[in-house]
Write a protein that binds this ligand. Sequence first.
Ligand code: ATR
Length: 473
Amino acid sequence: MICIPITSPDTESALADIKKANNIADIIELRIDYISNLDLKKLIEAAEKPVIATNRRKADNGKFEGNEEERLAVIKQAIELNVDYVDIEIDSDHNDIIKNKKNSKIIISYHNFKETPTNIEEIFNKLKSANAYIIKIVTTANKLSDNLKIIELVKKSKKPVIGLCMGPLGEISRILAPLYGSFLTFASLDKGKESSPGQIPAEILRNIYRINDIKPGFKIYGVIGDPISKSKGYIIHNSLFKKEKLNNIYLRFQVEDLKEFMENFSNLLAGFSVTMPHKQQIINYLDDIDLTAKKIKAVNTVVNKDGKLIGYNTDLIGAIKAIGAKTEIKNKNVTILGAGGAARAIAVGILAKGGKVTILNRTVEKAEKLAKELNCSFGSLKNFESVKTNILINVTSVGMYPNINATPIDTKSLKNIVVFDAIYNPEKTKLLQEAEKNNCIIIGGKEMFINQAAEQFKIWSGKEPDIEFLRSI
Ligand code: ATR
């Protein structure tokens, strides 16, 4: 179930938000402590979904200004108004509330805004022994494995339980805990209306992650990287899973410590995407890698085959398919701008297709090293005008948002060639805009992104995805 907290500052705007939340929430939490000029009766009546009344004190990141007696008095008032649930903290004077709960159900809660403490089990037992209907245990994730501690508690609880971790590293618990039996998960009505750090918009939890539709026995996929907050793969893969009616979920894992992640999560996952900065390091943790990934020395896709982790690289296929859809590669003079990991992958792919490669880079020594290894030509970006080019490929980061007016080379000499830019933000880089003006065929990085995601999906599911559907996403 998705619970939307109402965090409006007054009764009027709270009423407007409740109206919106009625359409997307399964349950609504009234954050009484946020609301000045409180008209509790009006608010409870406006909700078409069950209501939790919460009146949080400042010590628990709440906003209630009055003393403890006044705070509990408002909760008692909610009980008098027949509210469905009230939330009361384990370390407050909860016995009186529990005794006089009338028709309301009690949620006994624990929050920790600093950490997931080592004595979490003990805290959980204390919550269990309070005579409440639901146990709520909320901590802060300082490392990804903290999420697993909370999920374990959720899994084994016989009483209804709400469990999750807050903070950017806690995002996965907000999605996974309800799938493992958490009574509900909190979601924001909109971006900016979060009641605690890390809340995901309700629309995304319902329609992208499908947390109310995923059934037990689901498989977990995801992407690992650092930073990961801008990664959009979760939209693509979850939409594909939905379309293909697969009981799978795809999460974003903010992984700073690859070793810690692999120790704790690799068995849990059916497969995952790998992005910067882990594409090379991940190889040390795999049982096997395919030939292409071996040549590129980078893995962006992992599949868990009966406990064995196998690595692939779909970046290369993604790029080559995107270019191959617009032009023949064989015997063409292909100039690659950049000499990093992506340049290596694309150069390997172009050479395999029979293209003649020249690598140009700002730091010429790097271009030289890569070119010698792959047996092709090299030079500086400044040499571009003198290099015969049929296909130009940019795999430097020049032109990427926010520096959208930069180009890696002087664009004067671009004419009647094919230009591919691996950057997908912006969709049409300055390089592509200039190339288009000069009669070039242009290909944007979005095509590479779509094709590499399609290949990943194929590796994981064995199914051919609908590329047009991917484009529409
Ligand atoms: P990736 O794996 O995406 O290729 P990378 O290994 O960090 O990432 O490589 C980035 C590439 O962009 C390099 O070729 C880099 O050139 P240097 O080797 O000289 O660093 C290139 N690059 C980044 N910023 C650049 C800039 N401002 N001008 C020119 N090239 C740039």
